[in-house]
Design a protein around this ligand. Sequence first.
Ligand SMILES: *Cc1c(COP(=O)(O)O)cnc(C)c1O
Length: 440
Amino acid sequence: MKESMENIKNAYLKEEFNISEDVICFVDAVEAAIKTRLAELDEKAEYHQYKVIKAMQRANLSDRHFHPATGYGYDDVGREVVETIYADIFGAEDALVRPHISSGTHAISLCLYGVLRPGDELLSITGSPYDTLRTVIGIEDADVGNGTLKDFGVNYNQIELTEDGKIDEEKVLSSIHENTKMIYMQRSTGYSWRKALKISDMAEIITKVKAAKPDVVVFVDNCYGEFLDYKEPVAVGADLMAGSLIKNPGGGLAPTGGYVAGKEKYVYMAACRLAAPGVAKETGATLDINRTLLQGLFQAPTVVAQAIKTAVLMAAVYDKLGFGVCPGVEDYRSDIIQSIKLCTPEAVKVFCRAVQEAAPVDSFVTPEPWDMPGYNCPIIMAAGAFIQGSSIELSADAPMREPYIAYFQGGLTHYHGKLGLLLTLQRLKEAGIIEKLQED
Ligand SMILES: *Cc1c(COP(=O)(O)O)cnc(C)c1O
């Protein structure tokens, strides 16, 4: 019985997607070999599911919260309950969760502009921040003049990670001085070759920087990290964190938005930046988005688990084929990103185009590298998503620069992720980039 189902599925993949038998068998064999590893991931998702349900129950979530609010949005109970639930799940005093926050970059910017003042120093302790944030900070001179932090007299310094991708504790502690107002950490890898920061590592460094300077504000760019660990950064001492709703916490359903969560005082400051000082969290009609945001949040633990399973399978397959992968199959994961060192511009393009080919939306489109706003080199991006640019949906992107790494993430279902994986192998094989698929 099992065998005949498998035959039907494989025949379908062959006939409808032109994927060859050896590619299918190779991926199936690798998947069977890492079955235990994949099962572990479900346990974390199960825990998070219970946590989400409990938070919704504690907030007395009810049908009345799903009614649309208009105008100023005073007493928008739907918006308020969304923020209460987010704060509860994240272990934060307060949260700002809004469709008016247009991206992760916007959410992070609210925290930076909300808290930092002229003369303050922002100290990144995880090396260079994500590309778009470099623009916000004003690291590149070309951006200065448009209201970057630098224009407002906020100074910036960064401490590189150590060779093995860890925080350089000694250097961090010796770099903190009187004007160091904010410590900046990026949890996820971004466009770099490193593992995401573990929550336990964050907890350790937070204790130390707070001991060195008790009033320093610790901020975490939490993009792609939600629901990966049992706790989020603000539950282990970070003052503030931010992320995007079209990544993990939106569960693939949130059509737009971002969040900020942490200490009440700092969330308030970020809200003052989003609206205006004094207005803060009190306005911002959410129209009829709240049910969708909550339904997405409800599904997020499962969706995130699907994405991680795909990432782990991807790592196992490409590792076996001799490519560099980060993180490895058995590595602890603190974000949903799978990086694969493909080494040539050609391979990166073939890979991203194959991911696009697997998409339910825009599968007929051929991705080309382009100059995306906020990035300083062309980026090729595969994103055949229901929600534009959503990277909790199956997606891959690569900056067109050495050493030609493809960053692969998402997949609302593991089956879709697997189809993407199969197509990448098939196309790389056809292009002569992968020679033969070995099975042991
Ligand atoms: C996605 C991402 C951002 C920015 O998010 P956008 O929504 O694309 O603006 C910032 N930091 C990291 C680590 C990210 O992955």
